[in-house]
Design a protein around this ligand. Sequence first.
Ligand code: ADP
Ligand code: ZN
Length: 745
Amino acid sequence: MVQSSLLEPPPSRKRVSVLLPLPFPHPLDYAVPEALVDSLAPGDVVVVPLGGRRETGVIWEQTKLPADLAPPPPPDIAASRLRPLKERLDLPPLSAELRQFIDWVAAYTVSPPGMVLAMALRSHLRGEQAAPGVGWVRDGEPPDSLRMTPARRAVLEALPAGAEPVTMGDLTQTAGVGISVVRGLADAGVLRSVLMAAASPFAEPDALHNLPVLEGDQALAASELRARVDERAFSATLLEGVTGSGKTEIYLEAVAECLAHGRQALVLLPEIALSAQWMDRFARRFGVRPAVWHSEIGQKARRLTWAACEDGSAKVIVGARSALFMPFSNLGLVIVDEEHEAVFKQEEGVTYNARDMAVVRARLAKVPIVLASATPSLETLNNVETGRYRHLVLTARHGGATMPETRLIDMRENPPPRGLFLSPVLVEAVKSRLERGEQAMLFLNRRGYAPLTLCRTCGHRMECPNCTSWLVEHRKKRVLACHYCEHTEPVPHACPTCGAEDSLTAIGPGIERITDEARSEFPDARIMVMASDTLGAPAAMAEAVGKISRREVDLIIGTQIVAKGWHFPHLTLVGVVDADLGLGGADLRAGERTMQLLHQVAGRAGRAEAAGEVLLQSFTPEHPVMQALVSGDFAAFMAEEADQRRPGFWPPFGRLAALIISSENADAADNAARQLGISAPHGNGVEVLGPVPAPIAVLRGRHRRRLLLRTHRNIAVQPILRRWLGQVTLTSAVRVDVDVDPISF
Ligand code: ADP
Ligand code: ZN
């Protein structure tokens, strides 16, 4: 690994700014001890004092940001008041590119940069233990002044001079001491941390392993993408095509080109933990599996993957949102698959949209990005329209497979029998598929047995004590559960309000209830239920998918987990139990979102030779979303959506940011919201809506209010937000979360 700081001595520094993974508004300044004056460079990982603690941080340098994003400079602190930095850790420095990206994300999301750093470097910075391949060696004999405790002696015996480096974990375990003992010896100059050489566990993908035969649209799209990769410059391309048209096949060709240049590729997928099929697909094309990064990989894999990305030996990293912050040494291409997916938005902590930040990362790295989708977001379509993004379209399914025929079942004319939810038309359709030995799927985006439990005597609804939400019955587990917090309670026998016995009634269907109904309608069918709570672990998911592929399952019943890019060749019928679900409420994107989800679900049908069929049960068959699903004319639907949003400057034709004001105390939340409302900016293309109760008015015991800032597209929201928030002093009982580009409201 070549560190530029080794080739050229960095300039002498008497003071440095250090970004700590903590919620400070800016990096903190430290004095540089004489011994380190000539050896520190931006990006170095260092230990500094903070109060009475030691903290690990990164030497930071002002990066260039667009003027309207840049936060105000930190206050000047006299050199005499600075505390000295403690030590420099022997870890690979953070590249300038990654540091700039972190600053960008922080500025764009109006978050403390330290919190973005914390998110980015969760494993890198959490002490040497978790750091990539760091080991400890002897660095000299203990000075006479050092008191030799038994614990210290044990460490020195475990680590004689000249021995190979050992990890902190191994060292403390062998010596039977705590970390502080090792640190103490390091501070005394007896031990030193070093990078351990490790063979990369990631075999290089072979770009020529298994080449596809491409023709027509596909060949054209692939050569366009190859050209983008060859340019070694920023460009953004939307790769649009119906499900099964070969988008994955094509963007893997861009990856192959990138590999041929010896550069690294980053592929972001929604819900990476579920995508065993994608990994197999990659392995078939390139001969090996890619390196994977998501929140559920173990500590050791995390360390190895981080290091292999850093030293360039991991050529392709496939990951969830957080993979955006990997330390690529030679990035050549970024791909975002299913770019319209809402899961790319992180809603907790630093709220950022990984799709949008991926574009930023690609721009900073001067590499191309490809956004793939069958149903692109209006944001992305608008970027195509205005010429910011290029556009490639695959028009037909590969190999002559046809798009499934989509039909509506008008539930007003085809009501199911009382207390049931499957219309006779849908039941017949499933039966005939099963009789032919084909697979069918029933889709309902709702976990549990029933979304509402109601007392028939007094009308009492079972609600969560911590949230504004109904409790969902999970009959198998015999509990009522809140889907917003962890609250569960047993299903009561009597109504808690009026005391009536046997009066509580389940209202509406969840997939457990649909499964019961299916078992009695199709008694011979082998049924597989797929929901995030029944198939949480990736292994269970892979097992389920395997069973379906091997035709050990006849009927699949699932929530949105089944909508992901699975390829089930024997599945020919998809029945959507409640196509209207998701259209209720005032959410700006309800229509777009529902259309995307249902199209994705529909896309599971008929992916091989047998023609597929999709049946949508709806009470509003005239709704534009239903009509678009039947006609397949999404472009027309999205054009209509655009026409509705344009006049009011709704995204993507204007900018939005939400302030969520929350407190355990309802009055405190109201007061703070009012205060912010009074000082709200307005005029000249800037407007604030609210305060109003946030969509879930009480969440986990916190009362939530919302203010929505809306501006014309040419006005950046960040400086307005910073000024606005800076004007108002709120009590500590209140928290304000900023959400730039909220996706649901
Ligand atoms: P999408 O990503 O658009 O849904 P995929 O890339 O998954 O489409 O392609 C759908 C199916 O068709 C996959 O099984 C894929 O392997 C196959 N396929 C697509 N293009 C080709 C091709 N040129 N040669 C062979 N198989 C292909
Ligand atoms: Zn709750």
